[in-house]
Write a protein that binds this ligand. Structure first.
Ligand code: TRP
Length: 455
C-alpha cells in the first residue's frame, strides 16, 4: 500500500472522534438545520431528515472512513489507489471542487457570526423584532464589512491549516463541544418556557403529512443531512486517512452521528419555541437570517443576556472554524499529496480561489446582487451556492461513494477493513444491503424527483 510515511495519525481514538465531530458540528447544525426546517414546513422536514441520517448517511459515513483508513490517502488518490487506471478518481475530484464551493459561502456566514459576537456583547441588536430584523438586513447589505469578515474567517482557517490540523483541532474541540452543549441546553430551557412556546413546539414536532410527498422537502433534507455530517466530498475520507488500524470505525461513526444530530435537534428546540413567541413570526420567510434575528431576541429575555449572547456567538464561531478547517483541508491535502505542492503554496492558492468565489456571496444581500437581474432567478448568490453544492454536489458525491464501495471496491473488501482487529460492527449484512441498494436508489430517486419537479 503506497502511503506517505509522515502523514501521521490522530493522537487517540477520542481525538479522532472529537475532530470528526468538530467537522460535523458547525453552522449546519445551528444555522442550516433550523433554516431548512423553516422552509421545509416544520415537522415533516425533521422526520425526513432523520430517515436520511440513519438510512443513507450513517452507512456512507462508515464507507468514507473505511476508504480513508484503507488507503491513508486524500480522496483523489484514495479512489485511484483502490481502482488504478479507471475514472474513479473523478469522484474524489468532485469532492475537491465541492469543498471550495461550500467554503465560499460558509465563510460568509461564519463572518456574520463573528460580527454578532460584538453586536450582542455591545447590545447593538436589541429592541423590537422589526428593529432587529432591519439591523440584520442592513448589516448583511454592507459590502465592505461582510467581505472583510469573510476574509478574516478564511485567513484564520488558513493559519490553522498551515500549522497542520491535528493537534489544534483535537484540543479546541475537546473544550468547545461540552461547553456548547451546556449552553444550548440552557437556551432550550429558556425558549421552552416562553409564552407561545407550545405553538413553536407543535410546528417543529408535528409533521404536516402533505409535505411528505414534496420532492423538494426530500431533496433539502438529504442535502442538509450530508452537509451536517460533512459527507459526500471526501472530508471523512481525509479524516479517516489519519486513523490507525486499531481504531474502530463503526463505534466512532455512532458517536459522530449522535453528537451531530442531537446538536441540530437541540437548535430546533431553541429557535422554534423562541421564534413563535414573537408576534408575526413566519419561519418560512425568515431565510438565512433566521438565527440572527430570533436569537438576539431570546438573549434579551435572559438575565445577563449580553454576556450570554456573546458567549453563544463565540462558541458558534469556534464551531464554524473547526468546520471550515475540514473544508479547506480537503483541497489543500489534495494538492499536497497528489501534486506535491509545498503546504504553504497549497494553502495560499486554495484560500485565494475560495475568497474570490466568496465575494459575490458576501455582496449578494446588498446593492450588488448578481442574480436578480437575470430573468427567472429570484434568489441571492449565497442561497444559489448553498443549493447547488449541498442539494446536488454532496448527494452526488455520496451516490458515487456508495456505488464505489458497494459494487466496485465491493462490500467484502470494505468489511475486511471495517472488521480489522475484531472491531465492533453492528450488522454487516444490513450495512452491505444499505450501501449497495438503499443508498444509491434513494439518492438517485431524490435527485431525479427534484429535477423533475423543477422542469
Ligand atoms: N458539517 C459542517 C456543518 O454542519 C460543514 C462542513 C464541514 C462540511 N466540512 C464539510 C459539509 C464537508 C460538507 C462536507 O456546519
Amino acid at each position: 500500500m503506497a502511503s506517505t510515511p509522515d502523514r501521521g495519525t490522530w493522537g487517540s481514538r477520542s481525538g479522532f472522534i472529537l475532530a470528526a465531530s468538530g467537522s460535523a458540528v458547525g453552522l449546519g447544525n445551528i444555522w442550516g438545520f433550523p433554516t431548512q426546517v423553516g422552509q421545509g414546513g416544520g415537522g415533516a422536514f425533521v422526520l425526513v431528515y432523520l430517515v436520511c441520517i440513519f438510512l443513507i448517511c450513517f452507512p456512507i459515513l462508515v464507507a468514507e472512513l473505511a476508504i480513508g483508513r484503507r488507503t491513508h490517502q486524500s480522496p483523489v488518490l484514495s479512489f485511484a489507489t483502490l481502482r488504478p487506471g479507471t475514472a474513479w478518481w473523478l469522484a474524489g475530484a468532485l469532492g475537491v471542487l465541492t469543498g471550495v464551493g461550500i467554503l465560499s459561502f460558509y465563510s460568509v456566514i461564519a463572518g456574520w457570526t463573528v460580527a454578532y459576537i460584538w453586536f450582542t456583547a455591545s447590545a447593538t441588536v436589541t429592541g423590537e423584532p422589526e428593529a432587529i430584523e432591519k439591523f440584520f438586513s442592513e448589516f448583511t447589505a454592507n459590502g465592505p464589512s461582510t467581505v472583510g469578515l469573510t476574509f478574516v474567517v478564511l485567513l484564520t482557517t488558513a493559519g490553522v491549516i498551515l500549522g497542520g490540523v491535528r493537534s489544534g483541532i483535537e484540543r479546541v474541540t475537546k473544550v468547545l463541544m461540552p461547553a456548547f452543549i451546556v449552553l444550548l441546553v440552557v437556551l432550550a430551557v429558556r425558549a421552552l418556557t416562553l409564552p407561545g412556546a407550545a405553538v413553536g413546539l407543535a410546528y417543529y414536532l408535528r409533521p404536516d403529512l402533505t409535505r411528505l410527498f414534496d420532492a423538494n422537502v426530500f431533496n433539502a433534507a438529504l442535502g442538509q443531512a450530508f452537509f451536517s455530517l460533512s459527507l459526500g466530498m471526501g472530508a471523512m475520507i481525509t479524516y479517516g486517512s489519519y486513523l490507525d488500524r486499531r481504531d474502530g470505525i463503526a463505534n466512532s461513526a455512532v458517536w459522530i452521528v449522535l453528537l451531530d444530530t442531537s446538536i441540530a435537534l437541540l437548535a430546533g428546540f431553541i429557535i422554534f419555541p423562541a421564534g413563535f413567541s414573537i408576534d408575526g413570526f413566519n419561519p418560512n420567510s425568515s431565510g438565512p437570517g433566521l438565527i440572527f434575528t430570533v436569537l438576539p431576541q431570546l438573549f434579551s429575555t435572559l438575565p445577563g443576556g449580553q454576556l450570554f449572547g456573546m458567549t453563544f456567538f463565540v462558541l458558534l464561531a469556534m464551531a464554524a472554524l473547526t468546520s471550515t478547517i475540514s473544508l479547506l483541508e480537503v483541497p489543500v491535502s489534495h494538492f499536497v499529496d497528489a501534486r506535491h505542492w509545498p503546504r504553504p503554496k497549497a494553502v495560499g492558492v486554495v484560500t485565494l480561489v475560495v475568497f474570490t468565489l466568496a465575494v459575490p456571496s458576501a455582496l449578494g444581500n446588498g446593492e450588488i446582487n448578481f442574480l436578480t437581474s437575470i430573468p427567472g432567478i429570484d434568489t441571492d448568490f449565497l442561497t444559489l451556492m448553498a443549493t447547488v453544492w449541498n442539494n446536488f454536489a454532496l448527494p452526488m458525491g455520496g451516490l458515487l461513494t456508495a456505488l464505489f464501495v458497494g459494487w466496485v471496491w465491493r462490500v467484502d473488501h470494505a468489511l475486511e477493513e471495517l472488521l480489522a482487529h475484531e472491531a465492533w460492527f453492528p450488522n454487516t449484512a444490513l450495512w452491505g444491503f444499505l450501501i449497495r441498494w438503499i443508498c444509491p436508489l434513494a439518492i438517485l430517486s431524490i435527485i431525479i424527483g427534484t429535477v423533475y419537479s423543477m422542469v
